[in-house]
Every structure is written in C-alpha cells, then in structure tokens.
Design a protein around this ligand. Sequence first.
Ligand SMILES: NC(=O)c1ccc[n+]([C@@H]2O[C@H](COP(=O)([O-])OP(=O)(O)OC[C@H]3O[C@@H](n4cnc5c(N)ncnc54)[C@H](O)[C@@H]3O)[C@@H](O)[C@H]2O)c1
Ligand SMILES: O=c1ccn([C@@H]2O[C@H](COP(=O)(O)OP(=O)(O)O[C@H]3O[C@H](CO)[C@H](O)[C@H](O)[C@H]3O)[C@@H](O)[C@H]2O)c(=O)[nH]1
Length: 327
Amino acid sequence: MNVLITGGAGYIGSHVVLELSKTNHNIIVYDNLQKGHRGAVLAGKLIVGDLNDTDKLEHVCREYDIQGVMHFAADSLVGESMKDPAKYYKNNVGNAINLLEVMRKNGIKYMVFSSTAAVYGEPDRIPITEETLTNPTNVYGRTKLVIEEMLKDYDRAYGMKFITLRYFNASGADPSGQIGEDHSPETHLIPLVLYTALGKRESISIFGTDYPTRDGTCIRDYIHVSDLAQAHILALEALLAGSESKIYNLGNGEGYSVREVIDMVKKVTGRDFKVNESERRPGDPAILVASSAKARKELGWKPQYGDLQKIIETAWNWHKNNPDGFK
Ligand SMILES: NC(=O)c1ccc[n+]([C@@H]2O[C@H](COP(=O)([O-])OP(=O)(O)OC[C@H]3O[C@@H](n4cnc5c(N)ncnc54)[C@H](O)[C@@H]3O)[C@@H](O)[C@H]2O)c1
Ligand SMILES: O=c1ccn([C@@H]2O[C@H](COP(=O)(O)OP(=O)(O)O[C@H]3O[C@H](CO)[C@H](O)[C@H](O)[C@H]3O)[C@@H](O)[C@H]2O)c(=O)[nH]1
C-alpha cells in the first residue's frame, strides 16, 4: 500500500517510518519541517509541505496514488495550547478537516490517527481503559477529542475507516541509535533529565512533590516509541484486513513517578546532577496509567521495551551521541 505519513519527520512519525520501511508498504512523508527534521526521515520520500496547502496535499495524494494515511502532524504543547488556542484549533482541527476532505475526494479510506491520553483529563479510575470518561483539561486534548469525533462522523456518513491510537508518554529512541527525540523547545521529562545529565542544563525541577502518590510526585505510563511504531503497523494491517473503526490506548500499564525517572537516569548514565523541587505545573493529573488490554487482544500488540531502564538506555544512547540533536 502507498501510505502518506503526515508529520513523519517528527519524533514518533520518524520511528514509524523506520519500522514501516521493514514492510512492503511504500512511504510518502508529508511534513512542513516546522518541528520535524529532514535527517530523521530514514526511508521513503519526504515531501516538504503544509497541511493547510490543500492543493499540494491533493496533488501528492494523486501523484503517489495514496491509499492510506497515518496522521501525526499536529501541535502538541499543552501549555502553549492554553495560551494560544487558535493555533491549536487551526493546525490540529482545521488541518485535519483539510486532510479528511482530500482523502474523501480521492477515495482514500483508511487512517491511523495519533491521539493522546490527554483526552481523558483527570481520570476517575486507574488504569484508564478506552471506556473511561473523556474530559480533557487542556485545549490540546480537546482538539484531539474533536478530531476523534469527526472521524466517527466520517465513518458513519462516508464509510471511511479509522484506528485512533491514544498514546500515553512516548519515550525512548530507536535501539539502532540513528534517530531519537529532538524537540525545540523540549518539555518532556525524560529528555530534560538526560540533558541535565549531559550538563546542557544546570538542574532538573520536579513539578510538585505533594501529589497523592507513593513518593508525592506524578506518575506516568512511559511507552517506548518503537513499541508505538509496531502498534501503528498492526493498526494499518487491521484496517486493510477489514477492521471496523476502533480506538486503542497505547501504554505499558506500568506507572513510574518523576523521582523514579530521575533516579533511573542517574543509574543508567552513572552521572549525578542537581534536582530542585518546585511548584506543581498547572493541569498535571497525579496519575495516568493505561490499560492496553484491548490493543494487546485485538491487534496482537506486544510491547518489547516495557521497563523504564530499557527505555532510558535507548534514549541515553541517542542523546549522548547526538547532544545537539539532528544536524
Ligand atoms: N510525544 C508524545 O508523548 C505524544 C503523546 C501523545 C500523542 N502525541 C501525538 O503524536 C503526534 C506526534 O507527536 P511527536 O511527539 O512526534 O511530535 P513532533 O512535533 O515531533 O512531530 C509532529 C510533526 O508534524 C509536523 N507538522 C506539524 N504541523 C504540520 C502541518 N500543518 N503540516 C505539515 N507538517 C506539520 C512537524 O513539523 C513535526 O515533524 C502528534 O499528533 C502528538 O499530538 C504525542
Ligand atoms: O521538567 C520537568 C518536566 C516534567 N515534569 C513532570 O514529569 C511528568 C511527565 O511530564 P511530560 O511533560 O514529560 O509529559 P506529560 O505527562 O505532561 O504529557 C505527555 O503525555 C500526555 C499523555 O499522557 C500527552 O500526550 C502530552 O502530549 C505529552 O506531552 C509530569 O508529571 C510533569 O509534571 C517535571 O517534573 N519536570
């Protein structure tokens, strides 16, 4: 199948491109390189374009006879989404409509969509299943939930099929060391702690030490990016095999606290560094841990990098060899 990968030059998309290159599918990456990196695209054809350029998008879909889409392109900074909601509604929701319309006009029936645990907000129960109430507490999560609802309507009315994947905390790097996480600005915990271990930052701050958790710091479900990549391939195969539209959580089912992450980075890197305790970051739920039983059962998904040490080892391998990210 000829697959269009929007945002395929970004962190998760580039890992999916690498995994997908081991299958028979043809890869066309569509990315405006606003956050992505040319050097991260190790397979397929990279087309530099914006999703708001409907003519270009349509031309690419026709020229490459696209039959399925994996849609990663989005803005995804929670804090920024609260300060500038318009940017998020335009890029996430508005451009998703552009893409869906191009798909509809060109008879492209399948999409794997990147959603997020942020659609759940502050869950009333742990672990979080796909049936847990969705109640996003920030604009970013709301934009993803709006898109999920649009996809359901496009299925009902036009028969298009979607697998929505709600990722928990994407982390780690491809074990080959060729690609990894390179966001600017970086806001995610694991790369920030590794930058501190590298001496690129003076210290790491723990945002809140008074949460109702085992050590007072927030607990998250860190899922390796290569495991996420495998799930995308399984989702695409499921759609091709005639699956109905579905929603799946993707996490390890294991939660680690901020302190546990910091301690593991010290262990893996063998380096000590300064840790500060600071105020809570607004909008952070205390605990987010997934049940991914549905993805395991229905897609046959088996994460390979379940434990935190492995995740941090692969991330460290990338960061220590590429301290300034992609060239
Ligand atoms: N990183 C996480 O922990 C996480 C968790 C849950 C969900 N997600 C979702 O997964 C997806 C990928 O996340 P990521 O961490 O790889 O982000 P990323 O910023 O590294 O990748 C996104 C890519 O999309 C491109 N892009 C953005 N807007 C575009 C547009 N209008 N036209 C063309 N290209 C555009 C960017 O240049 C970038 O390469 C996003 O949809 C994000 O919301 C990420
Ligand atoms: O310098 C830092 C950075 C983060 N944290 C804490 O570390 C935990 C993880 O924070 P991240 O920013 O790495 O990740 P989030 O859990 O906030 O969010 C990520 O996962 C979410 C789903 O769980 C969404 O998908 C979102 O897009 C994605 O960035 C949080 O408790 C946060 O408060 C710190 O203590 N110090």
